[in-house]
Design a protein. Structure first.
Length: 217
């Protein structure tokens, strides 16, 4: 009986988390109510407080759960660099992975992209926490790769400009509601081919100006 009760509790928690992912992704943190999440999950409102303590903590748990699959691969890429060739390969991998993520149409990856888009356009009260836990580590992984191509003593402002410039070339594909989809992503080109060609152009803009600095990885 205790085992069955524990399984039911775990099932309810998962249903709440799944419903929250979809609802928060659709409408953002502010407009989404705990009641509508609970209705979608088939549980009573008190269940959110029981399992997650608050709407804010539930929102954080949604990001944490999605980020483990979405963000972790990007953050692991800088560790693969050991020379010029691997640095260039890592840049391509980071950019291609990021492009795949932001153009993915299927959940749960699409939910993560939508959540991030909401936080970019209408930051919630949770933004400072989310930035430190999730957005900052992603930015730092890109920053690490870029710094490997910069001479020692490079001005930190230049580094910041590089980070934002490169990231922006990927993030632009996040918002692509019709008719923008066809304008941003050519419909007659296979998605993976488009991703590789786009990544080569972005990476080429980096490697034409920067070169791997031995000992900085």
């Amino acid at each position: 009986m205790n085992t069955e009760h524990a399984l039911n509790k775990e099932d309810a928690k998962k249903r709440i988390l799944l419903a929250a992912m979809e609802k928060f992704a659709d409408r953002g943190f502010g407009p989404t109510s705990v009641r509508e999440i609970c209705e979608a999950a088939g549980v009573n409102v008190a269940a959110v407080n029981y399992y997650f303590r608050s709407k804010e903590q539930l929102y954080h748990e949604v990001f944490k759960t999605l980020f483990e699959d979405v963000g972790a691969p990007l953050m692991a890429i800088p560790a693969k660099v050991h020379d010029q060739a691997s640095w260039k390969a890592a840049l391509m991998e980071w950019i291609m992975t990021a492009l795949r993520l932001v153009t993915e149409e299927k959940p749960p990856t699409r939910w993560m992209v939508q959540l991030t888009a909401h936080e970019r356009t209408h930051p919630s009260s949770m933004f400072p926490v989310l930035y430190e836990s999730f957005f900052k580590p992603l930015r730092e992984s890109l920053g690490m790769l870029l710094r490997m191509g910069m001479p020692a003593g490079t001005d930190e402002t230049d580094t910041c400009i590089w980070e934002i410039t490169v990231a922006s070339q990927v993030v632009v594909y996040t918002h692509r509601a019709p008719p923008w989809y066809a304008l941003l992503i050519p419909p007659d080109v296979p998605r993976e081919e488009w991703i590789e060609r786009t990544a080569r152009i972005i990476a080429g803009g980096i490697t034409s100006r920067l070169a791997y600095q031995t000992g900085l990885s």
